[in-house]
Each structure stands twice: as structure tokens, then as C-alpha cells.
Design a protein around this ligand. Structure first.
Ligand code: ADP
Length: 448
């Protein structure tokens, strides 16, 4: 086992990794920008190194600064968290070239899944069902129009290098394909420096279902069931649950085994998520994320495993501590993402926390780096906390979430907490009967 690892991240996910490391007797090194000197992850780690000025590009995204911090502290491995450098194949390569272990998959697997066209081709080859669409990239407008004709409208134009819902445009009919194609390309160029796009059939009322997989890098892999992340705003998840309300045990096992076998065949190492749209009983692959997801705690809750501990174990060359038959769904878990944002427009709202009180009690988990008097810097993502509840079944989890939200105090800034208290009253949320488009409509009606 490693003696010391470095966490190339900040906020709640840095804390999450420090906690797992400490329980394993592994020392942790925090890195931070000058804006995060007083951050919780710096206080909680065994050691810390300042790696640069506030801007992410000069600190948390600076490969050389992070590698230097490893050298200085003697850290043997790097956990990337999510976001920042977590899916950057060049970073993984640089880490390994320095004789440091990257806690996660190989550069090759990250590259394979980071390019969405290659990812889709790989998925198809491995027997994973995909959304019908163009074979590879779409070179020009004429080709885009042809695909619209062939597959029938509506279609969605998506960036090959996409992520975070950017570079994605809907064309409802032939009249809209020119604009959709053009603006997806320019948005992709601006966001990712790569204007290649591909086209998929647009699914009108799917759910977003994702399968958690885990591999040991030696050809063994398992699935840990699915999460339903259909409640989205602007293609961003806001409320996630496991198991999926629309997925029964036989369906879970079938799609789960397809995914587990696929990552086993790849020789994939560590945690990964295979994302699908799910409509009329059919799964359609959209992408694979080669890292720990924000919403991993709902899976941990129902499966009774520590995914970060497991990541560190397999990175150190140890076997996985569970087999497929050990993994059974126990109860129901829900996560809500609490952002420092002002409703109704979700405008980022950094500031100083005058009072913070985290909810507690049976089945309540709060993953957050907040504390009384903490000043949220304006430079980073607005996610400030994840509230995760676990109950024996879905109604109990919903009641527990409502109770926990009532106990939570985050004063001094605006947050998305009031949104969740209201959302819980909605019939679709109570019954679990929603698609990826439902939340946008509800927000329009209720926050207008
Ligand atoms: P990103 O990597 O930018 O998040 P994804 O491919 O994962 O992009 O898609 C994000 C979200 O966009 C999905 O969860 C879904 O809401 C929507 N989406 C993507 N592809 C389609 C499609 N073919 N039909 C309908 N909605 C889609």
C-alpha cells in the first residue's frame, strides 16, 4: 500500500479522498491555490502545498505544479477527484513518466473514452447498445442534412470532444439542421478547441441511467448497479438516485453484466461510469466517464462499499475487495447537489458563510467542505455540498431527504436548497415518474 498520496483537487471531493486515505492509514497531501489557503481540504490533509494563483489553469490544472508538489512531498500516487485533470490523458502520461502512480485508468483508456466517436465505436464493438446516428464525425453541412434525412428528425448534433453539456444542439426538423450544425461546431471550437461534431437520433422522453463499473486492471470487473440521474437542468444533473425507479432486478443484471464484461475485456482499472439514455425498455449508450462521479455516494449507500478506498487499493496492485455476487442492492439512496447559486436564474453566488449546520441522524451523509466563516471563492465550480440520504425504500429516502433539508443551515449566501424542498412536493418526484426533460418544464412553471 502507498505510504502517501496527493489529491489533485479541492472542495468536497478532496475531503472525500482524504477521509478514505486516513481510514486506510495512508497519508494525504493537499494542493491548493492562493484562494484556497483557508480551505477545509488544506486543514484536513496531513500536508499541503500551495501550487499557484487562484485561476484553475494556473493551479489545479497546472500539471507541472502538481508534479512538483509530488516531488517535494514524496507522494507516491495522485488521486485526481473529478473535473480538473481527472480525464486528461496527457496528465496521466506525465504522472506515470515521473514514476508516480495515477489512481485511475490508463492514459489509453481515458483517451479512448474522451473522444466520443472512438468511445461509441468501442462501445459498439464491446456489445453495448448505442444511440443510432452518424458513423463517426460529420464533415460538412451536406453530410449533416443527409443524416437528418436518413435517421429522421429530431436529431442532436454533439461535439466529439464534448463534456458538461456544451457543444450540443437540437434540430427538430430539416429547417433547423443548418443552424444546429453551425452553432454546435462553433461552440465546440470555443469550448474544446476542436470543432468536430457527430449526429445522433434525438430521444424525446428518455431517462438518464448510468451503470457504475469497477475493474482491477487485470481483466476482472464488476458492476455496482445503476443510478438514475434524469433530473437535469441544462444537461447538468441536480438530483440523483439509486436504484433507478424504472429499473427492475432482471434489467439491472442484464445491462450491468454487459457493462462489466465490456470493461473486463478492456482490462480497465478503477471506477468508471457507462452512461445511457433509457427509453421504452431500451438502453442507448451516450458516453463513458473514466473517473469517480460526483454522484458516486448513492451507489456507495445501497451497495455498502467505499469506492475511493477501492480505487486506492487497485492502484496499489491489490485485488478488489468484492465480487459480483457480494454486491446486492440494499434500500434506496438519493443525492441532491447544493450549489452556491441564486434562484431563479441560478447565478453563481459566492460569499462568506455566516452560519453552517449540517443535518445528521440515521441514513444521512453530508459531503461538503463548508464551515462557519468560510469564504467561498468565486473562481471555481458552484457545488458546495452534496446531501445524500439512504432509506429502506424510496418513500423512506424521500421523507428522510425532506427532514434533512429542514435541518440544514447555510446562511450568508444564496443556495439551491429551497429548490429541493419544493421539488420534493412534486408528484413526478414522489412517484419517480420523470424523463430528462421534466425538470426544465417544472422549473419554468415554478420559478418562471
Ligand atoms: P456531456 O458529456 O456534455 O455531458 P452527454 O453525451 O453525456 O454529454 O449528454 C448529456 C445529456 O444530454 C444527457 O444526459 C441527455 O440529457 C442529453 N442528450 C445527449 N444525447 C442525447 C440524445 N441523443 N437524445 C436526447 N438527449 C440527449
Amino acid at each position: 500500500m502507498f505510504r502517501k498520496i496527493l489529491i489533485a483537487n479541492r472542495g468536497e471531493i478532496a475531503l472525500r479522498v482524504i477521509r478514505a486515505a486516513r481510514e486506510m492509514g495512508v497519508e494525504s497531501v493537499a494542493v491548493h491555490s492562493t484562494a484556497d489557503t483557508d480551505a477545509m481540504h488544506v486543514r484536513m490533509a496531513d500536508e499541503s502545498v500551495c501550487i499557484g494563483p487562484p485561476a484553475g489553469t494556473d493551479s489545479y490544472l497546472s500539471m507541472s505544479a502538481i508534479l512538483s508538489a509530488c516531488e517535494i512531498t514524496g507522494a507516491e500516487a495522485i488521486h485526481p477527484g473529478y473535473g480538473f485533470l481527472s480525464e486528461n490523458a496527457a496528465f496521466v502520461q506525465a504522472v506515470e513518466d515521473h514514476g508516480i502512480k495515477f489512481i485511475g485508468p490508463s492514459a489509453e483508456h481515458i483517451r479512448m473514452m474522451g473522444d466520443k466517436i472512438t468511445a461509441k465505436e468501442t462501445a459498439k464493438r464491446l456489445g453495448i447498445p448505442c444511440v443510432p446516428g452518424s458513423e463517426g464525425g460529420v464533415a460538412d453541412l451536406a453530410a449533416a442534412r443527409q443524416i437528418g434525412e436518413d435517421f429522421g428528425y429530431p436529431v442532436i448534433v454533439k461535439a466529439t470532444a464534448g463534456g458538461g453539456g456544451r457543444g450540443m444542439k437540437l434540430a427538430k426538423s430539416a429547417a433547423e439542421i443548418d443552424t444546429a450544425f453551425g452553432s454546435a461546431r462553433s461552440e465546440a471550437k470555443a469550448a474544446f478547441g476542436n470543432d468536430e461534431v457527430y449526429i445522433e437520433k434525438y430521444l424525446g422522453r428518455p431517462r438518464h441511467i448510468e451503470v457504475q463499473v469497477f475493474g482491477d486492471g487485470k481483466g476482472n470487473a464488476v458492476h455496482l448497479g445503476e443510478r438514475d440521474c434524469s433530473l437535469q437542468r441544462r444537461h447538468q444533473k441536480v438530483f440523483e438516485e439509486a436504484p433507478g425507479p424504472a429499473i427492475d432486478a432482471a434489467t439491472r443484471s442484464e445491462i450491468g453484466m454487459i457493462c462489466a464484461n465490456a470493461v473486463a475485456e478492456l482490462g480497465y482499472e478503477g471506477a468508471g461510469t457507462i452512461e445511457f439514455l433509457y427509453e421504452d425498455g431500451e438502453f442507448y449508450f451516450i458516453e463513458m466517464n473514466t473517473r469517480l462521479q460526483v454522484e458516486h455516494p448513492v451507489t456507495e449507500a445501497i451497495m455498502g462499499v467505499d469506492l475511493v478506498r477501492e480505487q486506492i487499493r487497485v492502484a496499489a496492485g491489490l485485488p478488489m475487495s468484492f465480487r459480483q455476487e457480494d454486491l446486492q442492492v440494499n434500500g434506496h439512496a438519493i443525492e441532491v447537489r447544493i450549489n452556491a447559486e441564486k434562484l431563479p436564474n441560478f447565478a453563481p453566488c459566492p460569499g462568506t458563510i455566516s452560519q453552517y449546520h449540517a443535518p445528521g441522524g440515521l441514513g444521512v451523509r453530508m459531503d461538503s467542505a463548508l464551515y462557519d466563516g468560510y469564504r467561498i471563492p468565486p473562481y471555481y465550480d458552484s457545488l458546495i455540498a452534496k446531501l445524500i440520504v439512504h432509506g429502506r425504500d424510496r418513500p423512506e429516502a424521500l421523507a428522510r431527504l425532506n427532514r434533512a433539508l429542514g435541518e440544514l443551515i447555510v446562511d450568508g449566501i444564496d443556495t439551491t436548497v429551497p429548490l429541493f424542498s419544493e421539488l420534493l412536493q412534486a408528484n413526478a418526484v414522489q412517484t419517480g415518474d420523470y424523463t430528462i426533460h421534466w425538470l426544465e418544464g417544472w422549473l419554468e412553471k415554478n420559478l418562471g
